[in-house]
Design a protein. Structure first.
Length: 93
C-alpha cells in the first residue's frame, strides 16, 4: 500500500509541476504577442498545489515574472516548503 501511495504522489507531483511549467511558458508567449494574459493567481495556483519546482524552472527558463518580488522569492519559498513537507512525509511513513 505504501508503495502505491508514493507512486500516486509522484505522478501527481509530475503532473502539477508540468502544469506550472507550461502555464509560465504560455503566459510568456502571450506577453510577447500582446495577447490576453494569464492572471497571477492562476500562475501561483499550480505552484502552491505542489508544482513550485516547475514554476521556478519555468520562471528561469522563460525569463518570466523575474522582476516581481513575490514570484522571485515566493516560488523558491514554496519549493522549500514542499521539499520539507516531502521529507517530513518520508520520515513519517
Amino acid at each position: 500500500m505504501e508503495k502505491e501511495l508514493w507512486q500516486l504522489l509522484g505522478l501527481y507531483l509530475l503532473a502539477v509541476n508540468l502544469a506550472a511549467f507550461a502555464v509560465m511558458g504560455a503566459d510568456k508567449r502571450r506577453a510577447r504577442r500582446g495577447a490576453w494574459r494569464i492572471s497571477e493567481k492562476a500562475l501561483f495556483l499550480p505552484a502552491a498545489l505542489g508544482g513550485a519546482l516547475g514554476g521556478v524552472l519555468g520562471m528561469r527558463l522563460f525569463r518570466h515574472k523575474t522582476r516581481h518580488w513575490y514570484f522571485r522569492f515566493g516560488f523558491p519559498l514554496l519549493l522549500l516548503i514542499q521539499i520539507l513537507g516531502l521529507g517530513w512525509l518520508a520520515v513519517r511513513l
